[in-house]
Design a protein around this ligand. Sequence first.
Ligand code: ADP
Ligand code: ADP
Length: 224
Amino acid sequence: MSDTKGRTMYVILLGPPGAGKGTQAVQTAERTGLLHLSTGDMFRENLRNGTELGNLAKTYMDAGELVPDDVTIGMLLERIGRDDARAGCLFDGFPRTVEQARALDEALTAQGQEIAVTVLIDVSNEEITRRLGGRVSCATCGSVFHQVFNPPDASKPCCDVIKLIQRDDDKPEAIANRLQVYADQTEPLVAYYTAADKLSTVNGEQSPEAVGQDLLSALEAVSN
Ligand code: ADP
Ligand code: ADP
């Protein structure tokens, strides 16, 4: 997929924790060929591999706080510089602060590129709390499910060694803090991308299929 000027497409999925960014990103990446980049997944992978970056990120993640901008920006810019990112990226969970958004804009501008669109997945706090409280993921392959809304399908196992766990940061105390962190540090990005005329909003309180369809329409509106 390319933008209206025929360039590589860089798309951001914005929304509070639990809005469905990861769920939508996996499906949309498959449909569009854009590379799905989740900073949360990158931190968790570092944690599993016991890297210095993973251990540093863990202290913030467990508390529901953001990992410092310099660390997060450094990791993300290194990742988008690799060859497999040249066909376009779908950012999930990045940027989360205005400083991250500015750093991304500068890096893309330096390559003659820009963000095509930022899609806000709009979901109320009540629904977020229901979703995060029931979120489970497979510790082996990372697939994400919900105990009630999206339970694993026994006839289609996600991988050979299914091991469903609840994330430490999906416990009630951490959820409340993350919603506050979103309101304070990430929500200002709505104004940031609106001012740049790059914001499109989809109603996230629909079935995953309907949200996915609206998301695809938002991407098609800015592609050639
Ligand atoms: P969720 O899916 O609940 O929105 P993520 O998996 O995206 O959460 O992120 C989990 C945690 O990883 C965040 O609470 C934060 O501590 C850290 N994190 C992820 N992305 C960023 C980012 N762009 N900036 C700072 N911290 C981040
Ligand atoms: P995010 O990446 O924004 O934090 P996730 O994609 O991990 O959000 O989704 C959070 C939880 O909500 C997961 O348990 C997921 O299965 C569930 N979920 C995602 N989209 C929907 C939807 N449209 N309706 C109901 N539940 C959903």
